[in-house]
Write a protein that binds this ligand. Sequence first.
Ligand code: SAH
Length: 247
Amino acid sequence: MNAKVWLVGAGPGDPELLTLKAVRALQHAQVVMIDDLVNPAVLEHCPQARVIAVGKRGGCRSTPQAFIQRLMLRHARQGRCVVRLKGGDPCIFGRGGEEAAWLQGHGIEVELVNGITAGLAGATQCGISLTSRGVSRGVTLVTAHTQDDSELNWAALAQGGTTLVVYMGVARLEQIRQGLLQGGMAPHMPVAMIENASLPQQRECRSDVQGMVDDARAFGLCSPAILVIGEVVGVAQAQLMEWSAAG
Ligand code: SAH
């Protein structure tokens, strides 16, 4: 394999949710740069590689983005096969596109490898069909956290008729609740808050928009977690069985 940078999604946490392509990239890697939401168990596929932790989780000591990019560039220019491992999918709230463009702009070959994004994994692991037939015609993935602290158009989201999956929302539950209620969402719209999706310590807190802040507090909801908001969360098992029988 030629020297290049693979920007690889490591999935939501369960090492078995890694793609075959991600495993192959890890097996060939000489340098692996790993984000802190990546389960270190996936490193079993690259015992030969030098592993560099470059996590930059909100509120913790962080590795500046420019430094990470320069480090990738340096190793690639020295002819090494570099794997940059990111949680979930590299292009869902993961800067995969930016990093790829920057590296390509510096003459480096880049390959992006999909991972299963946490929002989709969390819902499925909790038995929630994000696009239940007759209930939801789509899914909207949003982040509650932005660098400039700008607000989402909550009214559009509340009235859009799609299931909402919110990333990075734990510290902003009150703003999300207020935004949705003021935007016209029904106070009893079901909500599932899913912590550590796909990991053995996965936990799920069910609530509704009105009660989500208090319920999350009582539950002790911690990051990383995603929120699934919409009628699909309330679709009972019995209903799903009825639909499947109806064909
Ligand atoms: N690229 C990642 C998202 C990175 S943003 C992806 O595609 O999944 C980080 C946010 O992702 C966290 O704040 C949380 O909202 C979510 N997240 C990541 N891993 C998670 C997990 N195992 N369980 C629940 N949420 C998770």
